[in-house]
Design a protein around this ligand. Sequence first.
Ligand code: PRP
Ligand code: URA
Length: 211
Amino acid sequence: MEITVVDHPLAAARLTIMRDARTGNDGFRAALADLGAMLVYEASRDLPLESFEVATPVDVAVGHRLANPPIIIPIIRAGLGMIDPALSMIPDAQVGFIGLARDEETHRPVPYLEALPEDLSDRRVFLVDPMLATGGSLLHALRLLADRGARDVTAVCMVSAQPGVDALAGSGLAARLVTATIDPALDEDAYIVPGLGDAGDRLYGPRNIDL
Ligand code: PRP
Ligand code: URA
């Protein structure tokens, strides 16, 4: 499995703001948006281009655009915070949605929404979620995408835990991973240690719906 850990001073500084327990919802959202753009930028490094002629005020230059923009698929809720930064980098991308929430007892993902194109076989997919903990949510989402024919998926996660990375690597599911860090462990509630807490709550406040 191809793993890219983005090692950049600006990414490290935004991640630190997100980790800091004193950062409020507004500061967390802003730092997540900045880091999201940086990770999507890195995930886009090898996207194929097509060229065309563009008239400058002086002459004609060779211009470039994405040949086949990826589809951005956030895992709701926390992945919602990564849509705008992803679209700021790739304005012509389409967006699909997967809704999952971890059961607090079992830590298994409970699906509640799937709004995706039927056929993803010719699409490059950026699956975005700030957190990769046990890997249950990401693996569930990857299976949904595989069922729709997706063969080229890049998971963009901000904080990945080693157990989740190991689960992804051992799953046999083909996906690249772009992340800002791989943290060593999970606690007894399957939160990432040291992590940043509950990303959805830190973005939006407590979730008060029964699934
Ligand atoms: C978080 C996170 C991931 C998942 C990671 O979502 O955004 O989707 O947990 O954990 P896992 O790797 O152990 O599956 P959560 O289920 O808390 O829902 P939320 O985004 O609605 O808060
Ligand atoms: N989901 C989160 O939001 N944070 C964790 O640490 C683990 C799962």
